[in-house]
Design a protein around this ligand. Structure first.
Ligand SMILES: [Zn+2]
Length: 231
């Protein structure tokens, strides 16, 4: 048995309702991370995800690299997205129980990392329950203590772009890679994962139904998607 929490970043897009319909049909619970600017562009699509049981967390307002901006700018990015999330939960008529955060690009704020972690603790942000992740590096690198949500496996499908040379075959190689350069082996029995994928129109334009093409073999190979729980 392999268990995984599926996380989907950069919500929302014009395709979010179709993506949500597919996840509901497959009974895949998801933790989504929304970009504030995308909430402003597609508020009804974020509301649709909420009304269909998805948890939507904060992925900053404009998706900057937090190692490249000041701490004060970073806090403004987080708080602007928080306000938009509070409003959209209200508009959708869904109670906001959890407030998880994920840094864009997995960048934890460079020299300000510890200040951000303290901020998350002080402000009551939600930590995804990661206690079943057994990789030694998850503890050794401090990830087990961080409030923000990183991942143990990245499909890297966002790299499928015109002229990038990166294709769905490369994504599938990552799925089956038993010696990855970073992260954990996805298809190893007994493991517990946080999996990263994205809601990108650009990827959909390159590979229609890309998320179905990625998720179906993963499920066929024994991965069960579990509901995100928080500490
Ligand atoms: Zn992102």
């Amino acid at each position: 048995m392999i268990k995984a929490v599926l996380t989907i970043d950069d919500i929302a897009s014009s395709n979010t309702p179709a993506l949500v319909d597919y996840l509901v049909e497959k009974e895949i619970p998801v933790l989504m991370f929304a970009v504030g600017e995308h909430i402003e562009k597609y508020p009804e699509n974020v509301a649709y995800a909420l009304q269909h049981g998805m948890v939507v967390g904060n992925h900053s307002y404009s998706h900057p690299d937090f190692a490249e901006i000041s701490y004060e700018e970073g806090i403004r990015e987080i708080e602007k997205c928080e306000e938009l999330l509070n409003d959209i939960y209200k508009e959708a008529g869904v109670e906001r129980k959890y407030r998880p955060f994920r840094f864009p690009y997995g960048s934890k704020g460079g020299e300000n990392k510890e200040r951000y972690e303290q901020y998350f603790r002080d402000k009551g942000f939600s930590k995804l329950d990661d206690r079943k992740i057994a990789y030694p590096w998850w503890k050794e690198t401090g990830l087990a203590k961080d409030i923000d949500t990183l991942w143990t496996f990245d499909f890297a499908e966002y790299q499928i772009r015109p002229d990038s040379g990166f294709t769905m075959d490369d994504v599938m190689k990552r799925v089956h890679d038993d010696k990855p350069e970073s992260g954990g082996v996805l298809l190893e029995d007994g493991t517990y994962h946080i999996i990263l994928m994205h809601d990108h129109e650009e990827t959909l334009a390159m590979v229609p139904d890309y998320y179905k093409i990625m998720l179906e073999p993963v499920m066929e190979n024994g991965v069960t998607f579990v509901r995100p729980e928080f500490l």
